[in-house]
Design a protein around this ligand. Structure first.
Ligand code: GRF
Length: 190
């Protein structure tokens, strides 16, 4: 029997963090397997990435459901069916609702592109540039009902003195990919 931790990754866009996590699993760097990708944008690049890894993907259009609770019920049923132990949000652009939180609270983590509690919500990098900070960073935290306010698990900072959002995203993504894999490793080895 496999003793690998069973992970689901939720994403809405490119999925470079998904890629980093799935590839670390494949290489054996993480004693885990990504069994499910959940995506609220059927056209997103992450859907193709999941296919390339041959990982099951539940992509859905929220508009096809009467409410958040309806689509989250379906998500919970899929997570339960696969015995998912850890949900990693990686660019999932939806607030997690009570249905999913009540079922998986304490087992959902998120990566955010700022040093929380600074610059919560969308466009964190742009907010930080606008503020004029010289130290940027990323945070991994547990997800609760607040906006990017759950307990912090890990943070990593980097210096940047320019004014290009693209550049900060580029540097930040490389930091995210390493930190996400390291953090998942610590959580599943506990
Ligand atoms: C990351 O910057 C993450 O911090 C934020 O969304 C972005 C997702 O990027 N929550 P990707 O889809 O993993 O490339």
């Amino acid at each position: 029997m496999s003793n690998k931790a069973k992970i689901a990754v939720f994403a809405s866009g490119v999925g470079s963090n998904f890629d980093a996590i799935a590839s670390a699993c494949k290489r054996g760097e993480l004693n885990a397997e990504v069994l499910l990708v959940v995506c609220d944008k059927p056209q997103a690049e992450v859907v193709n990435k999941a296919k390339q890894y041959d990982i099951e993907c539940f992509s859905f259009n929220p508009k096809d459901y009467a409410s958040k609770s309806d689509y989250e019920c379906e998500i919970v049923a899929r997570l339960d069916a696969l015995g998912i132990e850890l949900v990693c949000l990686a660019g999932y652009m939806r607030i997690v609702g009570d249905t999913l939180l009540n079922a998986y609270e304490g087992r959902i983590i998120n990566i955010h592109p700022s040093l929380l509690p600074a610059f919560r919500g969308a466009n964190a990098v742009e907010q930080a540039l606008e503020y004029g900070v010289k130290v940027f960073g990323v945070t991994i935290h547990y997800v609760d009902s607040s906006l990017d306010g759950g307990k912090i698990i890990a943070q990593r900072a980097f210096d940047y003195e320019g004014d290009s959002a693209e550049e900060v995203h580029r540097i930040g993504h490389a930091v995210e990919h390493k930190l996400y894999v390291e953090t998942i490793k610590k959580i599943i080895n506990r």
